[in-house]
Design a binder for this molecule. Structure first.
Ligand SMILES: Nc1nc2c(ncn2[C@@H]2O[C@H](COP(=O)(O)OP(=O)(O)OP(=O)(O)O)[C@@H](O)[C@H]2O)c(=O)[nH]1
Ligand SMILES: C[S@@+](CC[C@H](N)C(=O)[O-])C[C@H]1O[C@@H](n2cnc3c(N)ncnc32)[C@H](O)[C@@H]1O
Ligand code: SF4
Ligand code: SF4
Length: 329
């Protein structure tokens, strides 16, 4: 069994975007009430006294949109300075990044993954739900700021939606020719908007690789990371191309992660709701962290049984009580 040492932490379930595939405009979402959110202090207590002692050393801050958290820089600094932290990264939509990139870097964040689904501002705004105000330029400025500040590796996440942005795959791949950026194509999962999925399905990574290979050639490659991407490179390119193929392939047998939601629920598997435990309530009820640690260790022992197993390529993964933004995608 793989060692489970990677914790994806959702700092906040709210978001300033409304991506069609995640939390589409008009969808009724129950946001976590402020008093139900883990405080920064509670989060750091759990990391220091529960997660690190049971073997977690790699952390990713995600959401919702992690940059909306008012103490994001302080949280980064606190986790980055723990001697046991081997890796700390963030996944963000970059809308608020331009002004925060330097502070995050100075606080110890070194790598960042940014969602960028289109190079065409109109298409982008349609995907993220711009509500009449274009968002593309501000996101692009955030990416450039992250590059300038020195985040490395700097990865761009593209959820490929058939008929919406799949025609841009070659242009997005071409970003890696002259830049040290790492573009990753993600198979759209039916977890936030299954209606969109029902209409159009998803595009298999193998098909995208074929298209890119015919245009530019493609060889196997590598980039630092803890996730499920298969990494390739256009020969001679500065950056790499990653393919995250959760619909067409099963990478659950190499699963190395758990997720902590913004309200303190620990979730052993993204696609299976079994086994979750409420760490915040335990902490607030005064349960000693040594006992919470034992509960997490027991869950770790069960994780391989909970890992998603009902995968059938191309079919819906089921319906979920929580969206990606709520779980910490
Ligand atoms: N099915 C499944 N998909 C995942 C999981 N973790 C990440 N993904 C997918 O991978 C996408 C990219 O995740 P990122 O937040 O960029 O993180 P990562 O790929 O783990 O990051 P690196 O450490 O840079 O490799 C997510 O949006 C999901 O679509 C997982 O545990 N299960
Ligand atoms: C939930 S978001 C949270 C972080 C940040 N707001 C962002 O968008 O990067 C994390 C990642 O999940 C991906 N994602 C969200 N819904 C998805 C879906 N239905 N299928 C595949 N990936 C999805 C996003 O594209 C993003 O890369
Ligand atoms: S994918 Fe990220 S940016 Fe888009 S709605 Fe979900 S949480 Fe927000
Ligand atoms: S679906 Fe579950 S078991 Fe599979 S990689 Fe994601 S978290 Fe791990």
């Amino acid at each position: 069994m793989n060692q489970v040492d990677y914790l994806r932490i959702s700092l906040i379930d709210r978001c300033n975007f409304r991506c069609q595939y995640c939390m589409p405009e008009g969808a009724e979402l129950d946001y976590i009430l402020r008093q139900q959110l883990l405080t920064a202090e509670e989060l750091l207590t759990l990391i220091r006294e529960v997660f690190i002692p049971v073997g977690f050393t790699r952390f990713r801050l995600t959401g919702g949109e992690p940059l909306l958290h008012p103490q994001v820089v302080e949280i980064v600094r606190a986790i980055a300075t723990l001697p046991q932290t081997q890796d700390l990264a963030m996944t963000t939509n970059a809308f608020l990044l331009a002004n925060k990139a330097q502070n995050l870097y100075d606080a110890g964040l070194r790598r960042i993954n940014i969602s960028l689904d289109s190079l065409d501002p109109e298409v982008f705004d349609r995907i993220v739900g711009s509500r009449g105000r274009s968002r593309w330029q501000q996101v692009w400025d955030g990416i450039l700021a992250a590059h300038r500040v020195g985040f490395d590796p700097l990865k761009l996440n593209v959820v490929v939606i058939p008929g919406v942005n799949d025609c841009e795959v070659l242009d997005l791949a071409a970003l890696t020719l002259t830049r040290y950026w790492h573009v990753r194509f993600i198979e759209f999962m039916p977890i936030g908007n299954s209606q969109l999925f029902g209409d159009r399905g998803w595009v298999a990574s193998a098909e995208l690789r074929q298209r890119i290979c015919e245009a530019y050639g493609l060889v196997e490659s590598q980039v630092r990371g803890n996730g499920p991407a298969d990494v390739f490179q256009i020969p001679g390119a500065k950056g790499t191309l990653g393919f995250i193929s959760q619909m067409s392939e099963c990478f659950c047998d190499r699963c190395n992660r758990m997720r902590l939601s913004a309200d303190g629920w620990l979730r052993p598997c993204l696609l299976n709701e079994m086994g979750q435990i409420d760490l915040k309530s335990a902490l607030r009820a005064g349960v000693p962290t040594t006992e919470i640690r034992d509960r997490v260790a027991q869950l770790l022992a069960l994780k391989s049984e909970i890992n998603y197993k009902q995968r059938e390529s191309g079919t819906s993964a089921g319906t979920y009580a929580r969206t990606m933004s709520q779980i910490g995608g």
